[in-house]
Design a protein around this ligand. Sequence first.
Ligand SMILES: [Zn+2]
Length: 315
Amino acid sequence: MKTFRFLSFVAATALLAVLLLGPATARAEVRLELWDGERAMALIAEQLQFTPRSMGAPGHQQTIDFIKAALAKTSVDVVTTQDWTYKSDDGKPLALSNIVARFQPQNPRRVIVATHYDSIVKAYRDPKNPEAPMPGANNSASGVAVLLETARVLSLLPKLPIGIDMIFFDGEEGPKSLGAGDPDWKALGSPHFVDRLKDTYPTTKPEKAVVFDMVCARNIQLKPEPSSLMSAMPEVKKFWGAGIGIAPGAFVTKTTTYPISDDHTALAEAGIPSFLVIDFDYEPWFNTTGDTLDKCDPQSLEAVGRTLTRYLTLP
Ligand SMILES: [Zn+2]
């Protein structure tokens, strides 16, 4: 993802609005304790075996296979991939795949729950080893772990009133797989999906979308992100309200001071109310060799995963 460091009028007004948050009102009987942070940690550890998981690397395909195998053990109804070739500036063709897992595909009401599974190719911000393969426990294995553990838990819960589309986007780290380390960075997978939105949604757009990135760090502090508030303020309020009820220390109502571009950006531009859940305060490990499993905490993962599970049951 990429940040734009300016404190906008939007961010300031959004901050005021979010300060008015109340606790979640609906309390559906959901066994949130089923959502297991240790299982999510194991899902991160498994992905780290495939490092680097950047486009074109063997670990990229291994990650796709891993996600599909994990989904096959859940009650997800349909898993498809959207496959295409992206031609990079140096003419090298890159094979990309978005993975789409649909629960209750016949339900006309849809919500997107998304993350990206590609990681950057090398730990370019590492002070000692900037050419080393990127482990990427937090960026990007944590988002995949949250979706897969949520898929397992949803399989154990009563049917929800809304159909869920889990999307594992490819190419979020851009054509060079360097994320914010590439001045020409742009996400590839989510814009591709949006350009073909009618393939997945022939008649009606999904009602909303939530995107997860960097959600495993110890002492996680999740702040609403300004562009998300622009796109989906009521949903951000609902999510943070649920989160404060479940894990008060993990959810902060003060907004990040700058907007962050991620896979929610293309979805929002397509007219789908969309928001990002990210803990972007990850120094000194962000995009270094230090982004390893020991920086992740099962409690942080549970805070995020249980909040997502509760959120999905809210009206
Ligand atoms: Zn990321």
